[in-house]
Design a protein around this ligand. Sequence first.
Ligand code: ZN
Length: 291
Amino acid sequence: MLLGALEAGGTKMVMGIADEQGRILRSSSCPTRLPDETTEDILDFFEGEKLDALGIATFGPADLNPASPTYGSITNTPKLAWRDFPLLRRLQERLKVPVAIDTDVNGAVLAEVRMGAARGLRNCLYMTVGTGIGGGLMSEGQLVHGLIHPEWGHVIVARHPEDPLTRGICPFHEHCVEGYASGPSIQARWATPAQELPRDHRAWEIEAWYLAQVCITAMMAVSPERIILGGGVMNNTDLFDMIRKNVTMLLGGYLRSPALQDMDSYIVPPALYPDSGLVGAALLAADAISK
Ligand code: ZN
């Protein structure tokens, strides 16, 4: 069995061919240009392969309601050319195989639960912290979609009292976590890209403060058994300990569980990074066949 996997991102598309276990056999990528030409690049990779199914883990927002007439379309993205683009339908028309779609972060959490850092768990939050902030949630073994899909990046947080920013950079919200803790917000605050800031810079303590608050919100609202933090900003691995300390402080001893005695194994990096989303797309394809 051959599975096609597409991790559709705002800046690049990553395509892969996987076996039935979700192991990536080969992959390629192309920049995200206008929808029509990008679709042709994607199809150049997949056409000619004897695919049994395709899974898409996409940037959003996307219409993930199978009963909707616009199922599988990108919806109100700030990338205007992609707005309302029927990604799933366009690929399915040409490839003529079952196609499954979910968010990139739901793909990532699926992959980490089946094969990575949360293997065997039924409740897990995967958050990515990069150009944007997003989260994929598995709850009781099911990927959560809800009304639209969760938007962990826009959880409201308390501003750090010493933050040089008086409001976050999100155009929609003054005080959401993406506005304060995404890569571009770090750049806006310090006039330096995150990857160029020294590890002892005050920036990281402020970053950890914000990310810890989202972890707390998740722990209180959906009670994940593990929280996985990935994305480019988390390449500074010092952040993990800083976030764990802030989480412990903010919890105030309120939640009691053996799992929380060891924060090092509760808040963790992804095991499959940077392929979590691509592997997740392959697993979505596998699930599309078994359905
Ligand atoms: Zn926001």
